[in-house]
Design a binder for this molecule. Structure first.
Ligand SMILES: [Zn+2]
Ligand SMILES: [Zn+2]
Length: 154
């Protein structure tokens, strides 16, 4: 699998291949050294048990969604339907708008799952089983605070 290691200092995302991950990486954003401790589970693509960046074991799951793609479909659909609306073809206008929404939903449905670390926000992508729970704001608050205190941000 591949994961996106988030720099604790500047939040830059650094893509790392878990199977061949080095002991530490240098952040491209601020130049600091980040020690990685990649677990065997991670290396062998079996799942995410421990975060290689912050060593935390709490994750949530979300859709790997690129908001730009969905928005483009809706905007293009809205523009085309506005043109039809202008010429008094309401029905066609509405169906195009509905169709754009459908395409949007289809894109969303086909999105892959993404596991995210609660503490440092590192992201884990791959065909392994994403077993993490859905995002919980309270858990995020508690864990983020704990992490930021530990790395001396607060
Ligand atoms: Zn950095
Ligand atoms: Zn982490």
């Amino acid at each position: 699998m591949e994961f996106l290691a988030k720099c604790p200092k500047c939040d830059a995302g650094l893509p790392v291949d878990a199977a061949s991950a080095p002991e530490s990486i240098t952040c491209g954003g601020c130049g600091c050294e980040m020690a990685l401790s990649v677990s065997d589970t991670l290396r062998e693509n079996r799942g995410v048990d421990r975060c290689p960046v912050c060593r935390g074991g709490d994750f949530y799951i979300r859709k790997d969604f690129d908001p730009k793609v969905g928005l483009t479909v809706v905007i293009v659909g809205a523009l085309i339907s506005a043109a039809f609306y202008w010429y008094g073809r309401d029905l066609i206008a509405y169906s195009i708008l509905g169709f754009a929404t459908l395409i949007d939903l289809a894109i969303y449905g086909r999105l892959k799952d993404l596991t995210v670390c609660y503490r440092c926000h590192s992201e884990f992508r791959g065909p392994f089983e994403h077993k993490a729970v859905a995002f919980d704001l309270h858990t995020a608050d508690v864990l983020e605070m704990e992490y930021e205190r530990r790395i001396g941000r607060r």
